[in-house]
Design a protein around this ligand. Structure first.
Ligand code: BG6
Length: 462
C-alpha cells in the first residue's frame, strides 16, 4: 500500500539538501509523489525559509526544473521545528499527522538518535502504522549493530524498518544482476574455474568536505566498505535468486556474505591522506583511515581460492567506481605474451561495461592486441534514475527489495569484526595518489588501471 505522508527528520541537514529534496522533486515531476511532507528539525527556520531552502536545493541540482512540479512539491511541504530530545516535538508531530493512515518516517540524522526517536514516536502512537527508514551506518561494529537492532525491535518489527544503503538504489549496481543472469554467455564462466581474480575500486577525488566530526568517528571501512562495497561484491558473486522477490534476493545475499572468510589483518592496508589531521572536527592524534585496501576470499563452491581485492579512498586521483573480473590465461600461450582478458564494470558516472579481448594484430605475424567491446548505458538508454529517487519510491510503496535485511547487515559487520577490533596502523599517503604504496603490494602485479588511465590504454590499443 502506498504511504500517504512523508516525515523527514533532519530536514534542514545536508543529506536532505543534497539528495532527498532533489529526489522528491523527481518523483513529483513524474507524478508519483502527491503526499504531504513534514520536515522535522531543531533549526528554528520559518516556513518561508524552509521552502526557500528546498527550492534552492532543487534548483542547484536540476538545471531545468518544471515550475509546476516544483510549486506542487513546495505546496506539500511544511516544517515542524523542535528538539529531538523534547517529547513536545513528537506530540506536535503526532497532532500534525493524525489524519494520515500510513506515514513513512525517514530518519536522515545521526545514528545515535535512531532508537531514541523510535521510542518517542512509539510513545505518541505513530509507530504502529508507520514505515521507518534509517540511514547508514547501522551501528559501528557487530555489537553495536546488534544492540541497535534489539532496541528498534522492541518497537518496530523488521517489516516496518527500511535500512538504506544508497548503492542498492543505483541502477548501475543492479545492472550487475542483469548482466550475469540475463546473458547466458557469462554465467557459465563466472566461477573459480575461469576467473583468476576480482578487483574493486571505489575512489573519490575529494576529501572529507567539512564532515570531519562525523568521518573521524567512522573511517573508510565503516563509511563505505562495510556497506557499499560489500553490497556491490554481493551482487557480483551471489547465486541467482529463485525469483525477484525481496526475500529471495536477501536469502542469496546472506548466503554469500556468510561464506566470506574473516579478513586477515596482514591482508589489509589502511591509509590516511596527508593533511587529514588539520581538518576541522578531526582529533589531532586520529588514526582514522581515509583509505583502505584488502584482500578477501569467499569460501564457497563457486569462488574458493579466487582472491578478491577491494580498495576505497578519499583524495584519490579521480572519482571512480569500478569492478574488474579477470579471467584465467588460456592453457597455452600460442600467440606470444600473456595478456589480460577481463570484464570491466564502470559503475559510477557514465556507467557501462568493457570486455577486454585479445584480437589478431594486423600483419603477417600471429600476435595479439587488446581491444575493448564497450557500452555506455546512458548513451544507449538515456539518463538513469537517481538512487534516492528509487529508494524513496520503494519506501513509499512498501517494497523492501532495495533495502538491507538485518541478518545481512550483521554478517557484514562480522566479516570486519577482527579488523575493526585490531586495526593495523595507518600509513600516510599524498593526496592525489592511489593510496600508500603498500596497497599495491597486496595485488601481485599491481592493481589493474581504472578510470581515465584505463580509458587511455584502451584508446591507445585501437
Ligand atoms: C556515502 C559516504 O555513504 O557515500 C560518503 O558517507 C561517500 O563518504 C558517498 O562520499 C559516496 O556515494 P556516491 O553515490 O557519490 O558514490
Amino acid at each position: 500500500m502506498k504511504a500517504d505522508a512523508l516525515v523527514l527528520f533532519g530536514a534542514t541537514g545536508d543529506l536532505a539538501k543534497k539528495k532527498l529534496f532533489p529526489a522528491l522533486y523527481d518523483l513529483e515531476d513524474l507524478g508519483e509523489l502527491d503526499v504531504q511532507i513534514f520536515g522535522v528539525a531543531s533549526s528554528k527556520w520559518t516556513q518561508e525559509v524552509f521552502k526557500e531552502n528546498v527550492e534552492s536545493a532543487v534548483r542547484a541540482r536540476k538545471p531545468e526544473v518544471d515550475e509546476a512540479a516544483l510549486n506542487k512539491l513546495l505546496g506539500e511541504m511544511q516544517l515542524i521545528v523542535g528538539d529531538y530530545e523534547d517529547p513536545q516535538t513528537f506530540v506536535a508531530l503526532a497532532e500534525a499527522i493524525k489524519d494520515f493512515k500510513l506515514p513513512v518516517i525517514y530518519l536522515a540524522i545521526a545514528p545515535e538518535y535512531f532508537a531514541k526517536i523510535a521510542y518517542e514516536l512509539d510513545r505518541v502512537g505513530i509507530t504502529k502504522r508507520a514505515r521507518v527508514v534509517v540511514e547508514k551506518p547501522f551501528g559501528r561494529d557487530l555489537d553495536s549493530a546488534r544492540a541497535l537492532d534489539a532496541e528498534l525491535k522492541t518497537i518496530l518489527p523488521e517489516e516496518q524498518i527500511y535500512r538504506i544503503d544508497h548503492y542498492l538504489g543505483k541502477e548501475a549496481v543492479e545492472d550487475l544482476l542483469v548482466f550475469r543472469f540475463a546473458n547466458t554467455l557469462f554465467e557459465p564462466v563466472w566461477n573459480r574455474n575461469y576467473v583468476s581474480s576480482i578487483q574493486m575500486t571505489m575512489a573519490e577525488n575529494f576529501g572529507i568536505e567539512g564532515r570531519g566530526k562525523f568521518y573521524d568517528g567512522v573511517g573508510a571501512t565503516r563509511d563505505v566498505l562495510q556497506n557499499h562495497l560489500l553490497q556491490v561484491l554481493t551482487m557480483l558473486t551471489m547465486e541467482p535468486p529463485i525469483d525477484m522477490t525481496s526475500d529471495a534476493m536477501q536469502n542469496e545475499k546472506i548466503k554469500v556474505l556468510s561464506a566470506i572468510r574473516d579478513i586477515n589483518k596482514n591482508d589489509v592496508v589502511r591509509g590516511q591522506f596527508e593533511g587529514y589531521l588539520d581538518e576541522a572536527g578531526v582529533n589531532e592524534n586520529s588514526d582514522t583511515e581515509t583509505f583502505v585496501a584488502m584482500k578477501m576470499f569467499i569460501d564457497n563452491w563457486r569462488w574458493a581460492g579466487v582472491p578478491i581485492y577491494l580498495r576505497t579512498g578519499k583524495k584519490m586521483p579521480e572519482t571512480v567506481l569500478e569492478v574488474i573480473v579477470e579471467f584465467k590465461q588460456p592453457p597455452r600461450a600460442l600467440f606470444g605474451k600473456a595478456a589480460s582478458n577481463h570484464v570491466r564494470f564502470r559503475l559510477g558516472a557514465k556507467d557501462g561495461v568493457d570486455i577486454s579481448l585479445q584480437a589478431k594484430k594486423p600483419g603477417t605475424k600471429l600476435v595479439t592486441e587488446s581491444v575493448d567491446l564497450s557500452v555506455e548505458f546512458v548513451a544507449e538508454f538515456g539518463d538513469r534514475q537517481g538512487p534516492y529517487e528509487r529508494l524513496l519510491r520503494a519506501a513509499m510503496l512498501g517494497d523492501h527489495f532495495r533495502f538491507t535485511r538485518i541478518d545481512a547487515v550483521l554478517q557484514s559487520w562480522q566479516i570486519l569484526e577482527d579488523l575493526l577490533k585490531n586495526p593495523s596502523p595507518v600509513i600516510g599517503y599524498e593526496g592525489g595518489s592511489w593510496g600508500p604504496t603498500e596497497a599495491d603490494d597486496l595485488v601481485p602485479g599491481g592493481w589493474t588501471k581504472v578510470g581515465t588511465e584505463a580509458d587511455e590504454i584502451n584508446k591507445g590499443a585501437h
